[in-house]
Ligand binder design. Sequence first.
Ligand code: IPD
Ligand code: CA
Ligand code: CA
Length: 271
Amino acid sequence: MCLEQQALSQILETAIVAARLAGQHAMEEMNYVKATLKNPTELVTDADRHCQQLIVDRIKESFPDHGFIAEEGEPGRIFKRAPRGEPAIWWVIDPIDGTNNFAHAIPIFTVSIGVLYEGRPIAGVVFDPATESMYTAVKGGEAQLNGRRIETGQDDIAAVNSIGLDSHFGDPLPSWVARIIRQSRFRNFGTTALQLAYVAAGGLIGTVVCTPKLWDIAAGVMIAEAAGAIATDWRGRPLFPVDLDNYEGHAFDVLVANRKVHPRLVEWIGA
Ligand code: IPD
Ligand code: CA
Ligand code: CA
């Protein structure tokens, strides 16, 4: 089945409203954060769960039969509900991407909402509430920041150009990570979704992500690709389609960059 442009517009509108609701709520709740350890290396806050509930409730109002994959489920689990009937559309949600920043009152975090059909993104929204920046894209359309078109740049790897890196590379640190650090102006913002949005807008020439889950990347990859970026795994292979019926939170490895930088980074990583 082919999704009509009108249906896509309604989906995007709903994603925008839900992301704004959750982002605004998170900014308020940042003043009284309650964080606990989710596992030895990750924090979770009450706000993560509250924001996710706001988002899911808002989407259900418009699309009661759609499915959900979201980060915060019962302890140790993801939240998952399969779509009912056709078209089988999944909403993939990270209510707060950048929880560690959020828990430490660093206002660099995003709400990330991707929408997938037949295992591939068809819409994506990344909202940065601190700067009121709404990054959006819908299948067949352009990538936008607050309603204005954005495109990746054409800048090459250079000392004055920034590449986003993740923060959990294994030991020993791969030599290509050191190469990126030495030969570019590397950045880590603590939110993968925002790094993907910055690739879309051209502020980063690329980003390399270690062990993201689907909710970290679904929206950002949609937006980055619509802006002209190439998104693959570290070996240059496609990320999608993903088998959503069987997705239980496995990690990807992801490389998203402008068209000039992507092949160079695939080569560096593979060397
Ligand atoms: C995290 C952020 C961070 C990345 C971590 C993610 P969370 O998401 O995207 O940038 O390095 O791997 O877990 O936990 O704040 O939603
Ligand atoms: Ca995340
Ligand atoms: Ca999260």
